[in-house]
Ligand binder design. Structure first.
Ligand SMILES: [Zn+2]
Length: 319
């Protein structure tokens, strides 16, 4: 008989499941538990799904959750389809499910991205989860880069006061006493962005192919139809300024250090990031570049909240 508590909970991050299993395993030492699972203290990062550690934990979890597609329902993986060609994403998923993952597929861009490296939670969710499930958990959607607000309650997300970039101590939210607000400037726009990101994330779970249609439509909207990366980079210089004027520097500084540090190279902006994603490379960039770009043009792309979730697909095919 499979104990009920080994099931991954709805919306739960796979490392949260991993931590709950430790507390229920009866093992006294975290070191022993991590060693047995071949995972190190520094591996359990919130937003790095293209890693050997996440593949290993999914492999462990699948025996208790055989009906779930864990990479797609319990990790941030679905949204990373934005950062890859569809065929690359599918091939990566296949390798991931077979546990054939190299450990270094993420581009090292910590110095470019703001506030993306720490575990985040919502205090209302913590109370609700304890009430509903008898325990707290880390939610996958709270961990998305640039999200400052809860996808359920719009409440400001919090992060442990003692910096927690990896869940090496296997702590669950209710075991943490001191919290602080996740870094970034809260605003109506940041709340709208978190809600937007949540819906794009749901779309990516439902139909990852829709994302590549959205990207195509975005470039067409900007009047950039060349497939040449260098031509796109050239065309993006003025558009980068338009994007910054529309969204505002304080909002963009929540995601990109480039804006908080007042750098003036167009090489580091959001659109420059998109063109670099399209340049062939071994490592994969964070999807925050694409999510921010789509958020900029959300009205033109019919991605505002009142639109049906799949209006994008219908609109694209009519172009
Ligand atoms: Zn919440």
């Amino acid at each position: 008989m499979i104990p009920f508590y080994f099931a991954v909970l709805p919306g739960e991050h796979i490392y949260s499941w991993f931590a709950r299993c430790f507390w229920l395993s009866g093992k006294l030492r975290r070191e022993e538990y991590l060693r047995q699972k071949k995972v190190s203290y520094t591996d359990l990062r919130p937003n790095e799904p293209l890693s050997q550690a996440m593949a290993l934990v999914c492999k462990t979890a699948v025996q208790f959750n055989p009906k779930l597609d864990l990479p797609m329902c319990a990790t941030p993986m679905p949204i990373w389809a934005l950062s890859m060609e569809p065929t690359t994403f599918l091939s990566f998923l296949k390798r991931y499910r077979g546990n054939i993952v190299s450990d270094d597929l993420h581009m090292r861009e910590f110095d470019m991205l703001a506030g993306t490296q720490e575990w985040k939670a919502c205090k209302t969710c913590i109370a609700e989860d304890i009430e509903k499930f008898g325990c707290s958990m880390w939610h996958t959607k709270h961990q998305l880069s640039g999200c400052l607000n809860c996808y359920k309650h719009a409440a400001r997300l919090v992060t442990p006061e003692k910096r927690m970039s990896s869940m090496g101590a296997l702590q669950l939210p209710h075991q943490i006493n001191r919290w602080q607000y996740a870094s970034g400037a809260d605003s109506k726009l940041s709340q709208e962005f978190s809600e937007f990101y949540s819906r794009i994330f749901d779309m990516s779970i439902e139909d990852a192919a829709c994302l590549s249609d959205l990207k195509y439509k975005f470039w067409k909207l900007l009047g950039i139809e060349s497939r040449s990366v260098s031509q796109k980079q050239l065309a993006c210089v003025d558009l980068e300024t338009q994007l910054a004027d529309t969204l505002g520097i304080p909002f963009l500084a929540n995601m990109f250090t480039y804006y908080s540090e007042g750098k003036n190279s167009h090489n580091c902006g959001v659109l420059a990031g998109l063109t670099k994603i399209e340049a062939k490379g071994y490592r994969v960039r964070n999807p925050i570049f694409w999510v921010t770009a789509l958020f900029w043009k959300r009205r033109e792309l019919h991605l505002v909240k009142s639109e049906p979730a799949h209006a994008c697909a219908a609109g694209i095919h009519s172009i």
